[in-house]
Design a protein around this ligand. Sequence first.
Ligand code: MN
Length: 260
Amino acid sequence: MTAKKTSQRCILVSNDDGIFAPGLLALATAMREFGRVIVIGPEENQSANGHRKTLTKPLRVTPVKIGENIEAYSTDGAPADCIAIALIGLLGVQVDLVVSGINRGANLGQDLTYSGTVAAAFEGTIHGKPSVAFSLDSRSLEADYSAAAQVARHVAALVLEHSLPPMTLLNVNIPYLPYDQIKGTQITRQGTRIYHDELVTRLDPEGRPYYWIGGKAPSGDVSAEGTDIWAVHQGYVSITPVHLDMTAYPMIEQLKSWKF
Ligand code: MN
């Protein structure tokens, strides 16, 4: 790769764990070999906030230092807001690739609808940019992101080479293993998550109840071969192509027969 070619590219990086999350720094650092890297992330953790678009309040952007020689900004918006404001005029540069993550914890099955990490990539896709979401299958605060960053570098190189079709992003989940113990890569479909949410009820100092969504971390159907959940459970990197058209096509004809 020539220096001239890399200098022409610009990679936009965001996440939902917050601008100071170690997975974001690992991803931004990994992207530097492809060109100029610009990081714009939420100032606070926005995990499981989904695809929020902030329309009712102003958004502030603050330059921040997250690592050596990395151009980074934080906002008080959601992950998708970060990508949106960057692409509709804040940066004033041509962006070649949008990457989000590396999330602390996998985004598998129905997690995609909750995930701010995936929402940031969705936003990039809506703006016509090849976009990839990366998540590590570990929720440890001390997790080592180096193997996942190596995977991200490899995936980003291929996406820059091939680009992606319109309205389609890649959702990449990386098992929490040393790089040389990852079994390989599987191209997957979404599997079925099983949630174990429990309603935790407590009393505030004035005796009024408040509620918390608690319970164990989600599990999933690890036996369904070819799914994202299966692949990560088996020790493979899972790459799922995800389309923004969520229409349930098989039901169109069926619904027509209802005679609305
Ligand atoms: Mn997160």
